[in-house]
Design a protein around this ligand. Structure first.
Ligand SMILES: *Cc1c(COP(=O)(O)O)cnc(C)c1O
Length: 406
């Protein structure tokens, strides 16, 4: 591609974050004045504890535990389920490398399940694998795409296998009216900067299970009787009595400064979700008019909360797919084809820290043509139009000007 097709109008910068609500400043100032940055210093109502209460209420879960990242939450989930070394944990083969990494870190073995062209778990392969000594299921709702949770939960319940939801990128998504992250036994979320709520780093784990939660709280670093500062009810109290002094401390706590950055963003969530969905659907409608682009449909029960868009290139060979990414870049939009680079952390064959990496032809075929474009909620529809237009024209640059409805 030559660059003479590039437009000169500046494109919206899709990497800039939304500014943190001004309300965070006074609280951060107060914390800087007092130096009270550790969650367990204050006798009660530390910002981290308040965040946990607010997040649990927002999600409609009984308990929440704020930690240093979603990866830490996933790791603690596996430990709190009491999985033994070598336990086989099913994950979708389309996810971020941190997810199988959390399983390796917990001493367990990731088992990769095929993912279809719509970025969701292949339910037939899932059912096959569930008959093969699986001890836990970790459903990664990758890029916020929700797999068939009815089928997954039915199969897991029938076999008595716990489900952990990696909802890192799904905050605000619902399935059949239920919040994603509350459908499995444990839900894990991320506050890393590319997610709906941005604290730079951070994560949170939710559950209604007192025994799981007591263990996760202790292992996150509630040494001695610091668990008393977690708003303890009778069920938790009994669980803490069972687990006191029985568990290692991994110290994956969140600090008060991060909580002070997160809390004023929670009331912004509904707006971000609404605008993110509006932007996504607006761009998806335009992309789907191109004969070279397909935005897969969501599953019927899902109401999404996207901050990016994924789409498949149709009828292009590998050279044309590479040319497409170049053409989009020349028009101002950075498109990542998941499977195209040597180091993409979302392409399972790059997880070479895993022994005996399986071959998963369906997932591989999808990753070789699936494109990833950031689409933050703060963009206006006019900015979304610029992005959609560039993405459609880039396909025409490569494939020729074919009429969409020819
Ligand atoms: C971001 C992300 C993670 C990791 O979250 P961290 O907070 O960075 O550890 C895990 N899974 C998915 C699907 C993600 O998008």
């Amino acid at each position: 591609m030559s660059l003479d097709t590039a437009v000169t109008t500046p494109f919206p910068n899709v990497y800039d974050a939304e500014s943190i609500p001004a309300g965070a400043r006074s609280e951060i100032d107060r914390l800087l004045q007092s130096g009270d940055l550790f969650r367990y210093t204050a006798p009660a109502d530390a910002p981290v504890a308040l965040l946990e209460h607010e997040f649990a209420a927002l999600m409609g879960s009984k308990y929440a535990l704020a930690v240093s990242s979603c990866s830490a939450a996933l790791f603690l989930s596996l430990k709190a389920l009491g999985l033994q070394p070598g336990a086989r944990v099913l994950i979708p083969a389309f996810t971020f490398a941190a997810v199988p990494s959390s399983i390796v870190h917990a001493g367990c073995t990731p088992v990769l399940c095929e993912v279809g062209e719509n970025y969701r778990i292949d339910v037939d392969h899932f059912r096959d694998l569930m008959g093969q000594n699986i001890e836990a299921v970790m459903i990664s709702h990758m890029r916020g795409h929700t797999s068939d949770m009815d089928a997954i939960v039915a199969e897991a319940n029938a076999r008595g296998i716990p489900v952990i939801e990696d909802a890192a990128h799904s905050l605000g998504t619902t399935w059949d009216g239920r919040n994603i992250g509350t459908i499995g036994k444990i839900g894990c979320f991320s506050f890393q900067s590319y997610k709906m709520v941005n604290a730079g780093e951070g994560g949170i784990l939710i559950s209604d299970d007192a025994d799981v939660m007591a263990q996760a709280i202790i292992m996150s670093g509630a040494y001695e009787h610091n668990w008393r500062k977690h708003g303890v009810d009778a069920a938790l109290e009994a669980a803490f009595a069972r687990w006191q002094n029985q568990l290692p401390l991994y110290n994956l706590r969140l600090g008060n400064l991060s909580a002070a950055v997160i809390r004023p963003q929670l009331p912004e969530l509904a707006r971000r979700v609404r605008d993110g969905r509006r932007n996504h659907d607006h761009v998806a409608d335009q992309l789907n008019l191109s004969p070279w682009i397909d935005v897969p449909a969501k599953l019927e029960p899902e109401v999404r909360a996207p901050d990016s868009i994924q789409f498949n290139l149709v009828g292009m060979n590998d050279a044309e797919i590479a040319a497409y990414a170049d053409a989009a870049a020349a028009r101002g939009v950075k498109v990542q084809v998941f499977g195209a680079s040597k180091d993409n952390a979302r392409a399972f064959w790059n997880w070479q820290f895993l022994k005996d990496l399986p071959e998963l032809p369906r997932t591989r075929a999808m990753l070789m043509k699936a494109c990833d474009v950031r689409l933050p909620a703060r963009l206006s529809l006019a900015e979304c139009d610029m992005i959609a237009d560039a993405l459609v024209r880039a396909a025409q640059d490569v494939m020729g000007n074919v009429r969409a409805f020819a």
